[in-house]
Design a protein around this ligand. Structure first.
Ligand code: GLA
Length: 805
C-alpha cells in the first residue's frame, strides 16, 4: 500500500519537475521482473530517491574498473560496501573500449558487465557514467584519439564528426549494459549524460541531443547530468536530473540544486582527496573538513558519490594530462579512503564511523575484507638493453614536413623523425609545435630536448663541417583530458626550421628543413612491447657512451610467493615499466610518485620479467620491490629544465592597465577594462588580502579577447610567480591556468609567516593578443581561506619578465 502511494507521488513529481517528454523513461522504471525473480523499482521523488517506493539515501563510492586489476574487483567492492556505501559509481572510458574505430573490446579487464554483476553480488547498486566524455585524469578524457584525424575544434559538440561516432558508442553501451539496468533486474539505478558539460560549453541543445541518444540506446532508468556547483544553474535542463560536484561547501552546492529543480539533493562528485601531476606536490585531503561536510550531507538527507572511494592506478599509458600541459601520475591513489593497493586504514575507518549512524532500515555494515599479501623484492639489476633508435621498425612514412601523428594513423608511443642537415654554422632548430617531449640528435649525439610543458620547441645545434644526420625522437605522454585543449594532436608539427646564428637578429637566416622519414613504435591500446634486439651491458657505468639513451632495459627477478609490491624506480629517469608483458604505467624521477604499484596477481612464482623504457637514462639500472609506496617525493632538480628562479620582474616605469578591488568570498568575478589592452604577458599584482595575513591565492585566471569571449589557455605558460607553496600543499602557479577552480596558486606558507605583498603572477600567453578584461576565480572553500586578494593591479605588456639567465 505504502509502495503504491509513494509511486503515485513519484509520478506527480516527475510531471511537475521534468518536461513531459521525459515521463516515459521514469514510468518505465516500474514493475519489471528481474532475472532473479525480484521486482525492483527506482525513481526520483520530490524529496528522495525511491527504491521500491522507500527512501534511498544514495551513499555512493566511485571506482573505475579499468584502474583495478580484474582479480581484485571483488576485493575492492567488498571494501566499498564495508565502508558503509550502498552504491558504486563507474565511468566507462570510450577509448578503453574502442581504441580502433569500430572495434569494441569488452574482454578481461574491460568486462564492464562482469563488474556490474560483481557489484550486484556484493549488494551494491550501480550508477553508470558512460560518457561519451568522462575527464577523470584519463587519456583524452576517455575520447578516442582517432577523432583527432579530423581538423578543427569539434569535440563535445553537435558536429557530426563527433556525434556520429559518439552515438555509435552509446548504442554499443546500451547493447552491452542495457540489460544490467534495474528495470531488467540488474543493479544500474541511474545513468549520467556527458560529464560536467557546463564547465566546457553553453550549447544546451547538445546536451538535449546527447540525452536523446541515450534514450535511443535503450536506457530507461533516470538520466542525470553533473556539474560543478558554479555551473549548475547555467547548464541545467529540465529533462535531466541535476547533481552538483564539489569538494567543499555542500550548503552552496545543494542551494544551487534547489534553485533549478525539486528533488533529492545529491553531490555527484565529492572529493576526499585529489589527483597528482608530475612535478607538483602529492595532494592530501583535509580529513576533518571532509568528514564535517560528509556529515552535513548525510544529516540533511543528501546523497553523495565519493570521488574517489578507491582511485587505484592508471595502468598502461592511460593516465591523462591536466591543461595546459601537466601530465598526471600513474598512481591514482587520490588520498582516497581505500588506498591504491586496496588498504583500508585510518581514513577508511573515519568514513565508516561517519556513515554508520545513517544506515537505512534493514541495512547492516559488513566486515572489511582482509588486506592482500604484500611482498618485498630484493634489489636486482637490469643487465640487458636495447637502444630505441636501433630498434625502430622498417616501415617508413615519408613527409615533406611532419604533421600530427593522428594524420599518419599513429595512436601514441615513440616516433622517430630523421633527415639530413647540411653543413653550416651553429644555430637553433625550431619546430612549430611539439607534443609532448622530443630528444634531438646530431649523428647519434644528443643535442637537447624539446618540452611541451614549457613550450620549448627550440634546441641549439652545433656548427657542421659536413652534412649530418638530424634525428628527433618524440615521446607522447598523454592527451589533455579537460577543456578545449583536448584537441591535443601529438607529434612534432612542421614546418621545422634551422635558424643559423650568423644571420642578423632582425633578419635571421631561416632554413626550412624538409623531407623527413618517420618511423613509429605505436604502443597502441595496451602498450604491447615491440620485438627488441637485446644487448648485454658490458660496463657498469651506465652514464657512459656504451648505452645510448633513450633505451629499453630488461632484467628478471624471482619470487617464492606472489603478493603486491611497490617497485622502487627512483634511480631511473623517465619512461614506463612492463612486468611479464603488462605495462604498469609511467615513472618520472621528478616525482612526487617514486614507486610503482605492482599487483600480486600479475606476478608468478619463480622468474618474472621486467622491462623499463627510460628516455633520459638511469643513475643505476636497479629495481627493488618495497612494502610501502612512495608517493610524495618531489625532486625538481632532476627535471630537464630545473625551475629558474633568477628571472626578474620588469614592471618599473609601467602603468597598470587596470586597478581595482575584488569582492570578498569565493564567487567568480568578471572585470572589463576601460579600453582594450595588447600584449603577450599578463601580470596580476596583489596589494593586500582580505584576512590581512599577507598571502595571495588565485584559483583561476581567464582572459576575455577583443570580442569579450573567453580565450583558450592552450598556449599559456607561467612566466613568473614571486612565491609558490610546494611543501604543505600544492600551491603551484600553474593551478591558476588549468581550468580547475578546486585548486589554486598560493604563495609560500613558510610556517604561516607570509612574505609581504605585493605578490605577482605573470602569465605568458604565447603571442601578442588583444585583451578586454579577465575572469577571476578566487580560491574556493570556507570563508577563512587564506590568500583571497583584495586590492590588485593588472599589467599587460610584451615582456614583463627578464629572460632567465
Ligand atoms: C571533475 C571530473 C572528474 C575528475 C575530477 C577531478 O570533477 O568530472 O572526472 O576529473 O574533476 O579528479
Amino acid at each position: 500500500m505504502k509502495n503504491h502511494i509513494s509511486r503515485r507521488r513519484v509520478l506527480q513529481t516527475i510531471a511537475t519537475t521534468f518536461a513531459v517528454s521525459s515521463l516515459p523513461q521514469f514510468s518505465q522504471a516500474a514493475d519489471i521482473k528481474s532475472t532473479a525473480g525480484a521486482t525492483h523499482q527506482f525513481a526520483i521523488g520530490e524529496t528522495d530517491f525511491l527504491l521500491n517506493g522507500k527512501r534511498l539515501q544514495i551513499r555512493c563510492g566511485e571506482i573505475h574498473f579499468a584502474r583495478v586489476p580484474r582479480e581484485y574487483w571483488q576485493h575492492r567492492l567488498k571494501a566499498i560496501k564495508a565502508m558503509g556505501l550502498n552504491v558504486v559509481c563507474a565511468y566507462l572510458f570510450w577509448n578503453y573500449h574502442e581504441w580502433h574505430e569500430g572495434q569494441y573490446d569488452w574482454q578481461g579487464q574491460r568486462d564492464a558487465a562482469e563488474f556490474c554483476r560483481l557489484a550486484q553480488q556484493e549488494g551494491l547498486w550501480v550508477i553508470l557514467r558512460p560518457g561519451p566524455y568522462a575527464c577523470a585524469e584519463w587519456e583524452m578524457g576517455g575520447l578516442p584519439w582517432w577523432l583527432l584525424k579530423h581538423e578543427g575544434n569539434f569535440l563535445r559538440s553537435s558536429d557530426t564528426r563527433f556525434i556520429e561516432p559518439a552515438a555509435r558508442w552509446l548504442r554499443e553501451v546500451g547493447r552491452v549494459l542495457g540489460p544490467m539496468q534495474i528495470t531488467r533486474g540488474g543493479p544500474i539505478l541511474m545513468v549520467q549524460v556527458e560529464n560536467e558539460y557546463g564547465f566546457f560549453g553553453s550549447d544546451l541543445a547538445y546536451m538535449r541531443l546527447m540525452r536523446k541518444i541515450m534514450l535511443n540506446a535503450g536506457f530507461d532508468v533516470p538520466l542525470f547530468a553533473c556539474n560543478p556547483t558554479n555551473a549548475v544553474v547555467r547548464s541545467h535542463i529540465p529533462e535531466l536530473f541535476s547533481v552538483a560536484n564539489f569538494g567543499a561547501n555542500p550548503e552552496q552546492g545543494f542551494k544551487a540544486l534547489a534553485e533549478v529543480q525539486k528533488g533529492p539533493l545529491m553531490c555527484g562528485e565529492f572529493y576526499p582527496g585529489w589527483f597528482d601531476t608530475w612535478g607538483t606536490p602529492h595532494k592530501r585531503g583535509d580529513m576533518g573538513k571532509v568528514i564535517r561536510d560528509l556529515d552535513y550531507m548525510l544529516k540533511v538527507n543528501g546523497s553523495f558519490s565519493l570521488y574517489m572511494a578507491h582511485g587505484g592506478t592508471s595502468f598502461g599509458l592511460w593516465a591523462g594530462c591536466d591543461r595546459p600541459m601537466r601530465p598526471d601520475t600513474s598512481s591514482y591513489d587520490y588520498d582516497a579512503p581505500i588506498s591504491e593497493a586496496g588498504w583500508m586504514g585510518d581514513k577508511f575507518a573515519q568514513f565508516r564511523a561517519a556513515i554508520t549512524p545513517y544506515l537505512l532500515p534493514g541495512e547492516t555494515i559488513t566486515e572489511a575484507p582482509p588486506t592482500n599479501p604484500v611482498i618485498a623484492i630484493p634489489a636486482f639489476k637490469l643487465a640487458e638493453t636495447a637502444a630505441v633508435m636501433a630498434n625502430l621498425p622498417a616501415a617508413v612514412i615519408h613527409a615533406v614536413s611532419p604533421q600530427a601523428i593522428e594524420h599518419y594513423n599513429i595512436s601514441r608511443g615513440l616516433i622517430a623523425y630523421s633527415t639530413t642537415l647540411s653543413a653550416g654554422p651553429d644555430g637553433v632548430l625550431e619546430a612549430t609545435l611539439v607534443r609532448d617531449l622530443a630528444w634531438v640528435f646530431i649523428d647519434g649525439k644528443a643535442a637537447g630536448v624539446m618540452d611541451a610543458r614549457s613550450r620549448r620547441f627550440r634546441v641549439n645545434l652545433p656548427a657542421r663541417a659536413r652534412p649530418v644526420k638530424l634525428e628527433i625522437l618524440l615521446y607522447t605522454i598523454a592527451r589533455v583530458n579537460f577543456g578545449m585543449e583536448m584537441h591535443d594532436r601529438k607529434g612534432v608539427h612542421g614546418p621545422i626550421h634551422f635558424i643559423a646564428k650568423t644571420g642578423s637578429s632582425s633578419n635571421p637566416e631561416k632554413q626550412l628543413i624538409n623531407n623527413w622519414e618517420i618511423r613509429a613504435l605505436d604502443f597502441g591500446a595496451d602498450a604491447r612491447l615491440p620485438a627488441l634486439d637485446w644487448q648485454p651491458i658490458v660496463s657498469d657505468k651506465f652514464a657512459s657512451a656504451d648505452v645510448m639513451k633513450p633505451a629499453f632495459w630488461r632484467g628478471s627477478f624471482s619470487v617464492d610467493t606472489v603478493g603486491d609490491t611497490f617497485l622502487d624506480v627512483s634511480s631511473w629517469g623517465m619512461g614506463a615499466v612492463w612486468v611479464n608483458g603488462i605495462c604498469l604505467g609511467r615513472f618520472w624521477n621528478i616525482g612526487p610518485t617514486q614507486t610503482m604499484y605492482l599487483p600480486g596477481p600479475w606476478l608468478k612464482p619463480g622468474q618474472n620479467e621486467i622491462v623499463v623504457l627510460d628516455l633520459s637514462g638511469p643513475e643505476r639500472s636497479e629495481i627493488a620491490g618495497l612494502k610501502l609506496p612512495v608517493l610524495d617525493q618531489l625532486r625538481p632538480e632532476k627535471d630537464f629544465f630545473p625551475r629558474n628562479n633568477r628571472s626578474q620582474l620588469m614592471l618599473a616605469g609601467l602603468f597598470p592597465v587596470h586597478e581595482g578591488s575584488f569582492l570578498a568570498g569565493s564567487a567568480q568575478q568578471e572585470i572589463r577594462f576601460a579600453k582594450l589592452a595588447f600584449g603577450k604577458q599578463f601580470c596580476l599584482e596583489s596589494l593586500d588580502d582580505f584576512d590581512g595575513k599577507g598571502f595571495a591565492a588565485v584559483a583561476e585566471i581567464e582572459l576575455f579577447d577583443h570580442d569579450g569571449k573567453i580565450m583558450s589557455q592552450a598556449t599559456w605558460t607561467i612566466a613568473y610567480a614571486d612565491s609558490e607553496e610546494s611543501v604543505r600543499e600544492d600551491g603551484s602557479a600553474l593551478n591558476a591556468i588549468n581550468g580547475q577552480a578546486s585548486d589554486h596558486w598560493h604563495t609560500a606558507l613558510n610556517g604561516k609567516i607570509a612574505l609581504p605583498h605585493p605578490h605577482r603572477l605573470v602569465i605568458d600567453l604565447g603571442s601578442k593578443i588583444k585583451i578586454s578584461g579577465f575572469r577571476y576565480t578566487p580560491r574556493q572553500g570556507s570563508d577563512d581561506a587564506t590568500g583571497r586578494i583584495k586590492t590588485y593591479r593588472v599589467f599587460i605588456g610584451e615582456s614583463l619578465v627578464s629572460a632567465a639567465n
